[in-house]
Write a protein that binds this ligand. Structure first.
Ligand code: SF4
Length: 507
């Protein structure tokens, strides 16, 4: 893989044959080969679509978190308005890592009709000079939206000229929404900019050893440094738990890219292993780091659920020849967790659960559901690609369970919930307004302040599920006093009626 000579990252439709339209069962998606051979998952096509994601907005999930930076949204004022909802969270989470950190600083170039005719160059230059003069950031990030890309603004040339005038590094991110239907292309778009502008060896000298020699690399391999590629849906308690486990193996941990600062990206090259939390999120970055800097990487499972966490730790330990140490740590953690889960297993057993959100995360969370004796009755994934395959290994009796793929499309989810009749919903943050109106207990799939990862994450999910199931009066009242926005006739139809070539669900 090497796309760094190109201006922007390729779409995930082209690079990974990812899909956003599918309705069937887990057996069809457990091995990518079967699903792709069936010709359904890569079709990404609906006769009717209710909502669609935009990679520009998902790119902001990472970009808004980078410290000591000003973000310029180059486009109409509406692009990126979703950041309004995360200002407080961004500020708090930055300051928890560095109390002196600024909150989110963003500027819009506010392109209008006359700029579509005359070009957005003048406004972009003004915005960059203003950001540099007013805030003196280490980095000026320019996120490019559809309008400048459609009218042919050559932002790379404009920014390259401006770089001579500014103190901070200017980092263009090509994340125009219209270029892809797979929102997760955003991760590649952001990493493309980071790889080109941020990743480089630090200016300080490394004592005794010259860089780029076998001796140098061997020295660092023997070292105990790992980069853990965090994701926007991870919380500080999640990072704390993974740090605790890896430090328990004697490793030194650096988290990038979310809530990192520029120097973290430079020191990121002084590591032995890049560890992915989620292949869907990280493969573009770690693949390029291996090719360009010969740093090994691990893309496997996500450390959510005890089996997945143990597997994740074992794979990391193998790289450092720490297998025995990992075995001892896992045995101790598992024993403590089992004792702590016992009371929750008694109250939660037998409840039916429906999960919706990112493909890797929902299937991993299902491991906790089965561990607690609950029953998984269905999945809805934002999109589908090959990174889901190892996550199924931790599940049992899952082949016949419903699996659908859609980015948002709440009409399909509402229909499925009505047919499957789950006792509990675990759904992605931002899509819970429709889900909550079904009047069921609901646990968000992730949260910025809660622990979901590692062994303590399993306990925390069990504790919160137990609490949610005991008292969901708010959702019950919501369903009694509000109505869902879909007609009765829709609930009589197959939920996948609008997906081309989808396999139906039994009502
Ligand atoms: S699809 Fe294009 S115009 Fe719409 S929000 Fe995304 S980047 Fe902006």
């Amino acid at each position: 893989m090497n796309f760094l000579d190109a201006k922007s990252a390729p779409s995930r439709e082209d690079r990974l044959h990812a899909s956003i339209a599918f309705g069937g069962i887990c057996a069809q998606v457990k091995t990518g080969k079967q699903a792709f051979a069936a010709g359904c998952t890569n079709l990404s096509s609906r006769l009717f679509s209710m909502a669609q994601g935009c990679q520009f907005t998902l790119s902001l999930a990472i970009l808004n978190s980078i410290r000591n930076a000003v973000l310029i949204m180059h486009g109409p004022i509406g692009c990126g308005m979703c950041s309004l909802g995360t200002i407080g969270q961004n500020k708090t989470l930055k300051q928890l890592r560095d109390p002196a950190s600024e909150g989110l600083i963003w500027i819009s170039t506010n392109l209008d009709e006359s700029d579509v005719i005359g070009g957005g160059e003048k406004k972009l230059k003004e915005a960059v000079r203003y950001a540099d003069r007013e805030f003196r950031p280490e980095t000026i990030i320019v996120a490019n939206s559809c309008v400048p890309a459609l009218i042919g603004d050559d932002i790379d040339s404009i920014l390259s000229d401006l770089q001579k005038e500014t103190a901070g590094i200017i980092m263009p991110i090509h994340c125009e929404g219209f270029k892809t239907k797979i929102m997760a292309t955003a991760y590649d778009a952001v990493y493309h900019g980071i790889l080109k502008k941020y990743i480089r060896y630090p200016d300080r000298k490394i004592p005794l050893l010259e860089r780029d020699t076998d001796k140098f690399r061997a020295a660092y391999r023997k070292s105990r440094n790992v980069n853990v590629l965090n994701v926007g849906s991870m919380s500080l308690p999640d990072e704390g738990e993974l740090r605790r486990l890896l430090e328990g193996l004697g490793l030194t941990v650096c988290f990038i890219p979310c809530y990192a600062e520029p120097k973290d990206f430079q020191y990121a090259l002084e590591t032995s292993l890049n560890v992915s939390i989620c292949g869907t999120h990280d493969d573009y970055l770690v693949g390029h780091l291996e090719e360009k800097y010969q740093i090994s990487f691990m893309v496997d499972t996500i450390p959510i659920g005890s089996k997945n966490t143990s597997r994740w730790l074992q794979k990391i330990a193998q790289h450092f020849d720490l297998d025995k140490e990992a075995e001892r740590l896992i045995e101790m953690e598992q024993r403590t967790l089992d004792e702590a889960l016992d009371p929750y297993r008694k109250t939660l057993a037998g409840k039916k659960v429906y999960l919706a959100g990112g493909e890797v995360r929902i299937v991993a969370t299902a491991e906790i559901i089965q561990d607690l004796g609950m029953e998984v009755v269905g999945f809805k994934a934002h999109h589908y690609d090959r990174f889901i395959e190892p996550i199924f290994d931790a599940l049992e009796n899952i082949d016949e369970v419903l699996f659908s793929v859609s980015t948002n499309q709440p009409f399909e989810m509402s229909n499925i919930i009505t047919k499957l009749k789950p006792d509990v919903l675990i759904t992605h943050v931002g899509g819970n307004n429709i889900a909550a109106k079904h009047g069921l207990p609901l646990l968000p799939l992730f949260g910025p302040t809660y622990n979901y990862c590692g062994y303590s994450g399993v306990f925390e999910i069990a504790r919160r599920l137990h609490k949610t199931i005991r008292n969901f009066e708010f959702n019950r009242q919501l369903s009694r006093n509000t109505s869902l926005p879909f007609k009765k006739e829709w609930y009589e139809k197959d939920p996948f009626s609008y997906i081309k070539y989808a396999q139906g669900i039994k009502a």
